[in-house]
Design a binder for this molecule. Structure first.
Ligand code: EPZ
Length: 420
């Protein structure tokens, strides 16, 4: 097993290039199941979750090649419609194959993803919507067994809770359905918007892209003529690096980003006293005279992203005063609090609310990563702790951060990946 060793009391400097968005790449790889031709995709992040999904698509019969963040994939030979547990258990986003497989083949079996560290993560909204499109859904031996022998039908669907991958699954399913699908209360994340845009470029008529209400005119089962495309920048990776600049009170720049996707993140950094300078594709953070405490509520896009909650919590330990963070999307997304506590933070939890005392002198410790974003919070804390921090179980980090220690080293961090 590997671990990260991080020297504390560091300043960072310079600039770092941001990779393509993991949470855009995953649905965009799944949607190639609807393509009648080979597709070339640029700016794919080389992270474990993408490799896992490519393996799953390979197991289904697709052919793909991946090098230098460029993937070409051909799913025309896909015959099997069964996404097995061995792969799905490694990455819950495999559930994104459910909608496309059912729409294309009229039947599929996809392992139930199971929960993870941050919560139970049900998929009832995905399944209810597919049933409204005429599918029969059965849960058997830990698998979702879905059937729609005459194809899916367009339907009017209201999501009673905003779900990112639920929206993506149904947008993909509706693209091949017979008839028109109206979706209400759809997720508006940039990753959902790019999926819609790629489908529009493939000839699917979708109205309302970027709003909470979509109207999708299905192709009646005809496979799509998908065009080549480039994955949008990862706003969460970019936010994580900006938080690294913030917590060490350094001037750093993130490049290859879309500042418009990060308005809530940069606004909170400005409210905490940092300077933010933007160009079309870069963001520079400037040191704060005094790091101010903050109040954060995580909400769906365009609100403050839950995937940045842990990173800001680490930052709040260095603010001059008490901050409050309310996690409103997941029931158990405070796993990083106990690990941060071992480094000397003073964070009180009450239900979904965390109260963070600032001005904490952190000490290095052996800590354990629990989920992807919690792990990045531990790295940020390690940069300001006294001594050398060791972060174990870093396979969580490798799921979503490309070349993490290489990028942080480029910013001057003393961070190494070592064998236990
Ligand atoms: C996506 O997960 C992201 N993953 C998550 O990023 C992100 O934290 C989350 O959206 C929220 O923004 C990918 O895009 C691959 P949801 P998803 O369905 O789609 C409840 C990361 O770190 N819900 O929007 O699984 C659910 O329990 C990951 O990159 C239902 O009740 O999240 C949660 O409370 C972590 N029933 C809320 O909705 C359902 O059928 C939002 O979940 C589906 C969801």
């Amino acid at each position: 097993m590997q671990y990260l060793s991080i020297k504390g009391n560091q300043k960072l400097k310079g600039s770092v290039g941001i990779s393509g968005a993991k949470n855009a790449a995953l649905p965009l790889l799944a949607v190639t199941l609807l393509s009648k031709n080979r597709v070339s995709i640029e700016n794919i992040p080389e992270v474990e979750d993408v490799k896992t999904l490519l393996t799953l698509l390979g197991n289904l019969g697709s052919n793909s090649s991946c090098s230098n963040n460029h993937v070409t994939i051909d799913t025309t030979e896909v015959k099997s419609a069964c996404a097995n547990y061995e792969i799905v258990k490694k990455m819950r986003a495999s559930i994104l194959t459910l909608g496309p497989l059912l729409a294309r083949f009229g039947h599929c079996e996809v392992s139930l993803p199971g929960g993870c560290a941050i919560g139970q993560r049900p998929i009832d909204l995905h399944l209810n919507a597919l049933e409204q499109m005429g599918a029969t859904i059965e849960l058997k031996d830990g698998y979702v067994v879905a059937k729609a022998p005459n194809g899916l039908k367009g339907a009017a669907i209201i999501f009673n809770k905003i779900t990112v991958t639920g929206s993506e699954n149904i947008i993909m399913a509706a693209s091949l359905a017979h008839g028109v699908t109206k979706l209400v209360n759809v997720a508006k994340e940039p990753e959902v918007v790019q999926l819609c845009e790629v489908l529009q470029d493939a000839g699917v008529v979708i109205e309302g892209v970027g709003t909470s209400n979509l109207i999708i005119f299905g192709s009646c089962g005809k496979l799509l003529d998908m065009k080549n495309f480039k994955v949008i920048p990862d706003r969460i990776e970019a936010g994580t690096y900006l938080c690294a600049g913030a917590i060490t009170n350094s001037k750093i720049t993130v490049t290859n980003v879309n500042p418009n996707h990060m308005k809530e993140i940069t606004l909170k950094l400005i409210q905490m006293g940092f300077g933010i300078k933007e160009t079309k594709s870069t963001i520079t953070i400037l040191p704060a005279k005094k790091i101010l405490p903050i109040h954060i509520e995580t909400t769906e896009y365009p609100g403050f992203p839950t995937d940045m909650q842990a990173q800001f919590m680490a930052l709040c330990t260095q603010a001059n005063g008490t901050s409050v963070i309310n996690e409103r999307l997941f029931e158990n997304r405070f796993m990083h609090v106990s690990e941060l506590g071992r480094m000397g933070t003073n964070i009180k939890l009450e239900g979904h609310s965390a109260t963070i005392q600032g001005d904490s002198q952190l000490n290095s410790a052996d800590v354990m990563a629990t989920d992807l974003r919690a792990s990045s919070a531990l790295i940020l804390a390690g940069f300001v702790a006294k001594g050398t921090t060791k972060i174990h179980r870093i396979y969580h980090l490798d799921r979503g951060y490309e070349n993490l220690e290489g990028k942080f080293s480029k910013l001057g961090a003393k961070i190494e990946r070592l064998e236990e």
